[in-house]
Ligand binder design. Structure first.
Ligand SMILES: C[S@@+](CC[C@H](N)C(=O)[O-])C[C@H]1O[C@@H](n2cnc3c(N)ncnc32)[C@H](O)[C@@H]1O
Length: 237
């Protein structure tokens, strides 16, 4: 999956550069001097590669070694940490902490979400900004959703078909991939994801409990929007 992840999403139309520029513009509107950035759940480094041209120093954190291998190749100058965001403890602070493409929804409940946001807050410089590209909200998620694409990138032709079912406040997404490559043949594999459907109010409450003042920018990130948060005035640094 790590091998095809980025080329598949880019071929499906995901514009990592445009997303990175949107985040940088929204962050700079809050802190024009923002210079250091940490991308949590950085995956293959697809945003980081562009953040590296927009900020002075960039770092990433990622759970999956297979994804990190790609990120190291994509952004060789960046410090990349292997780790779980739930245990974030890097002993340094950043002007910007990002968490993109719904990765925050791997948090199972409001308790985990709040504790991760507290850790983000503890890693922020005084004027630092957190930018989170959330998964769909409970109130915007569809009960059932299917999608499918066939794309060609480099030597590979790839089909991705997904089915997502809402069960309570969780999206259960099953994704089938068929990948064909000359000289290799055709491979099929399946991924299953459970993503928590927090309400917008639950996200906002978790930011507040973490001592962060939050704003929600709708419309961006394929319609999922973006949370931008900084230290609440009078909050502890
Ligand atoms: C949908 S991908 C997003 C990757 C990248 N941010 C992007 O936009 O392409 C979700 C990523 O979150 C990572 N991830 C999942 N749970 C994590 C955790 N608890 N801590 C750190 N990374 C995690 C996965 O390994 C995967 O790379």
């Amino acid at each position: 999956m790590a091998e095809i992840y980025q080329s598949l999403h880019e071929a499906r139309g995901k514009d990592y550069r445009a997303e990175a520029v949107t985040v940088a513009d929204l962050v700079r509107a809050r802190n024009e001097e923002a210079d250091s950035l940490l991308d949590v759940a950085c995956g293959t480094g697809a945003h980081l590669r562009h953040f590296a041209g927009l900020f002075g120093t960039v770092e990433g954190l990622e759970l999956s070694e297979a994804m990190l291998v790609r990120a190291r190749a994509a952004v060789p100058a960046a410090v990349l940490h292997r780790g779980d965001m739930r245990d974030l403890d890097l002993n340094r602070r950043y002007d910007v902490i990002t968490c993109m493409f719904g990765s925050i929804a791997y948090m199972k409940d409001a308790g985990e979400l709040t504790s991760v946001l507290r850790a983000f807050a503890a890693h922020l410089t005084p004027r630092g900004v957190v930018a989170i590209d959330p998964w769909w909200f409970l109130e915007t998620a569809l009960d059932h959703h299917v999608s499918g694409d066939t794309v060609t990138a480099g030597p590979r032709t790839m089909t991705r078909v997904s089915s997502t079912e809402r069960v309570g406040n969780t999206s259960h997404m099953t994704v089938h991939y068929v990948v064909a490559e000359p000289g290799v043949g055709v491979e099929h594999f399946v991924e299953r994801h459970a993503l928590t459907l927090f309400t917008r109010a639950e996200y906002e409450e978790a930011f507040r409990r973490a001592g962060l003042r939050v704003a929600y920018v709708g419309g961006v990130q394929s319609g999922r929007g973006l949370f931008l948060a900084d230290r609440a005035p009078g909050g502890r640094g």
